[in-house]
Design a protein around this ligand. Structure first.
Ligand SMILES: *Cc1c(COP(=O)(O)O)cnc(C)c1O
Length: 427
């Protein structure tokens, strides 16, 4: 199966490609589903093949015309990773994807491959805690500086301002990567990807391209496609929605071919690839990601509405509740096709009240992480975001009474009842 139908000439949808792209049953005894290729190494048909595959893998010499690349060793390539990668790239409208051992393996390998000493990366904040640590503590040790701008309406113009002033100071361009995580966690604030891409274009020179990297974990691949807005690299913690069952840890990166070549070289040398079985699990999960995410978003929209009108709830952060006519609503409508299933809300009564509610759920489980089939609740200030200074949390709207909810695929009536009975402890 290719991205385009041989019969009709029409492009297949990613939901369809997720069931067939990149796998030929004839090569696996007719098995309808790809087997797990649990092998570390691959047998060459001839020494000549081995020589040519290595030359191609190491960039020494292109393969002879008409010859396709063969498998070598599972740190470089493996059928389970390749099938998954083709399907993710199709979903993201990118040239190529790569599977990693975790979201952080994907993010750090990408950063190491794109940045060099003296480069600067400008990132929105808040970003995922591990990403923040990498940018704030690890990259500076390597001579790579990170600057942060508040996620949201003003992020792109703020990035431009900082990049221009750094350039003026140094007398040469400094910024190499603009990093976005949108929507932000837990407040669902959105950053305009297109606007950041426009800034990157403006900052790029003939011999120095400024790249936009988007962490698409919360809404992708179903509700947000950053490459359609011009982003160069798209990253996932596949631990979340793509894996979708809270039973694996993995990451994915997809993007333009030449950039991905560099990312894959770093993955090979750093050894940060996913293992074949985890890649197989993700391939299986990818078949249902659209169904799951749409059901989760449908459930979440209902729960957000209930929360919004509940007397004990002070504030709800969810895309369908962005004020009509606001810039946030405009960004949401421009770059997203659905609201996702992460809700943050603030109850009256601070930490004690929030803890009482959290301890009262029957169905929703008290756990961090998100994106799985089961509903999860947690307390950002004392759990996922506990390492962030209080003043900064306040800027993000994270208060003592805030609860974050990752809505699952359970029956909506049970979820509604569970939410209402848990909130009852406040009355
Ligand atoms: C979880 C998460 C990560 C890190 O992914 P791991 O798979 O835990 O390494 C990165 N970015 C976002 C937005 C996340 O939610």
């Amino acid at each position: 199966m290719d991205r385009i139908s041989k019969k009709t000439g029409r492009s297949f949808h990613p939901e369809t490609l997720a069931l067939g792209l990149g796998y030929d049953p004839d090569r696996s005894e007719g098995a309808v589903k790809p087997p797990v290729f649990l092998t570390s190494t691959f047998q060459f048909k001839s020494s000549g093949d081995g020589k040519e595959f290595f030359q191609a893998a190491y960039g020494i010499k292109d393969l002879p015309k008409g010859k396709s690349m063969g498998l070598i060793y599972s740190r470089l390539n493996n059928p389970n990773l390749e099938i998954l990668e083709e399907r993710i790239a199709a979903w993201d409208h990118t040239d190529k994807a790569a599977a990693f051992a975790s979201g952080m393996a994907a993010i750090s390998t990408t950063m190491f491959s794109l940045l060099r000493p003296d480069d600067v990366v400008i990132s929105v904040r808040p970003v995922y805690g591990g990403t923040h640590y990498l940018l704030e503590n690890i990259l500076p040790d390597m001579g790579i500086d990170a600057k942060f701008v508040m996620a949201g309406d003003g992020a792109a113009s703020e990035m431009k301002k900082i990049a221009k002033s750094l350039e003026e100071e140094a007398g040469r361009p400094k910024v190499k990567v603009l990093y976005i995580e949108s929507p932000a966690n837990p407040n669902n604030i959105m950053t305009d990807i297109q606007a950041v891409v426009d800034v990157a274009k403006e900052l790029s020179t003939e011999d120095r391209e400024v790249l936009v990297v988007v962490d698409n974990t919360f809404l992708g691949p179903v509700f947000q496609r950053p490459s359609d807005n011009g982003a160069h690299v798209v990253i996932y913690s596949a631990t979340k929605f793509i894996g979708g069952h809270s039973d694996l840890v993995a990451g994915l990166v997809s993007g333009r071919g030449d950039i991905m070549e560099q990312v894959c070289l770093y993955r090979t040398i750093m050894g940060t690839m996913a293992d074949p079985f985890t890649a197989w699990m993700m391939t299986r999960s990818l078949e249902t990601v659209s169904v799951r995410m749409r059901r989760q978003a449908k459930n979440a929209t209902v729960l957000a509405g209930i929360l919004d009108s509940h007397p004990k709830v002070k504030q709800v952060f969810y895309p369908t509740l962005f004020p009509a006519g606001s810039r946030q609503e405009e960004i949401y409508k421009h770059q997203c096709t659905g609201p996702g299933s992460l809700i943050a809300f603030e109850v009256e009564g601070g930490e004690d009240a929030a803890f009482a509610v959290l301890d009262s759920f029957e169905i929703m489980r008290l756990a961090v992480s998100l994106g799985g089939t089961e509903s999860l609740v947690e307390h950002p200030m004392r759990m996922t975001h506990s390492d962030i200074p209080p003043e900064e949390l306040e800027e993000y709207g994270v208060s003592e009474g805030m609860i974050r909810m990752s809505v699952g695929i359970e029956h909506i009536n049970d979820l509604k009842r569970d939410l209402l009975q848990a909130l009852d402890v406040l009355s």
